[in-house]
Ligand binder design. Structure first.
Ligand SMILES: [Zn+2]
Length: 118
């Protein structure tokens, strides 16, 4: 009985480890992008894995650093977007309402799904 419990526990741990490893592998292999939209139109798509500074129409300045994107500078009066924490995960976004700028994180897998849906 005790031996079976141990085996079961080992199996559960092994399964959990496998799932964790799979997710980790998927995350590290899947490329993530930052999509920038201005006034509802796509301004550009940028690789989250490549450090860069993006000037968004002179009103906002986005910085991609260490796999995360943050609003470095903006000329909007509320500065909500600048104070927003850096985004790096699927579906996260930074929105600058006054300038109608939307920065959102997207993975390649999601893009493929979108393509199928259309
Ligand atoms: Zn703003």
């Amino acid at each position: 009985m005790k031996k079976n419990d141990l085996l079961l526990a080992a199996a559960v741990i092994l399964a959990a480890a496998a799932v964790f490893a799979f997710q980790f592998f998927r995350q590290s292999s899947g490329r993530q992008f930052v999509e920038v939209a201005v006034d509802g139109e796509v301004f550009g798509t940028y690789d989250l894995g490549a450090d860069q500074t993006i000037d968004i129409g002179g009103t906002n300045c986005l910085v991609i650093e260490d796999g995360a994107a943050r609003m470095e500078w903006a000329d909007c009066p509320d500065q909500v977007c600048v104070r927003h924490r850096a985004v790096s995960r699927d579906g996260e976004s930074i929105i600058c309402l006054p300038n109608q700028v939307v920065v959102s994180v997207d993975s390649t897998e999601e893009n493929e799904l979108d393509g199928v849906a259309q």
